[in-house]
Design a protein around this ligand. Structure first.
Ligand SMILES: [Zn+2]
Length: 154
């Protein structure tokens, strides 16, 4: 029986999720779909310059899995660039992680590693109600119809 895929961890969601070549009407465009995890592997490896081992650690996957996700992401970008296709970044199988948090009294701090759940208490004033500080403008999870991110309930 196939194992259910392990949930991959993602620390950033891309704000822009659709790219298209200029001057080509949408109806004649072919589209490449990239998952959120694929975009995350590109961010970690090619933007942050992490080693594959480190990227795999951040995403909570094995190194071969990270390598496979990354190779797939790069292949899709190459396909879009060379063959003039649009890229849609969408969906996938992942859970959000955060590294920076804020308590109700406004204390902010950053953990050494991203986690998938906010800490319960503020390390400065011990108050509960800790919320993640979102790296992008807003935090959205998943996509509803019409290509918009749905706002997450935190
Ligand atoms: Zn506090």
């Amino acid at each position: 029986m196939p194992r259910p895929p392990k949930c991959r961890r993602v620390a950033y969601l891309p704000e822009i999720t659709y790219f298209k070549p200029a001057g080509i009407p949408l109806r004649v465009l072919e589209e490449v779909r990239m998952s959120i995890e694929e975009a995350e592997s590109l961010r970690l490896k090619d933007l942050e310059g992490l080693e594959q081992e480190q990227g795999a650690g951040k995403m909570n996957v094995s190194r071969p899995t990270f390598q496979r996700v990354l190779a797939s992401a790069r292949q899709k970008i190459a396909d879009a660039l060379i063959n003039g296709k649009a890229i849609r970044i969408d969906g996938g199988n992942f859970e959000m992680t955060w590294q920076r948090f804020r308590c109700r009294d406004g204390h902010e701090w950053e953990l050494e590693y991203p986690v998938n759940k906010p800490p319960e208490l503020c390390p400065t004033c011990n108050s509960p109600g800790v919320q993640p500080v979102i790296p992008a403008i807003s935090f959205y999870q998943g996509r509803g119809r019409g290509g918009r991110w749905r706002k997450a309930d935190l």
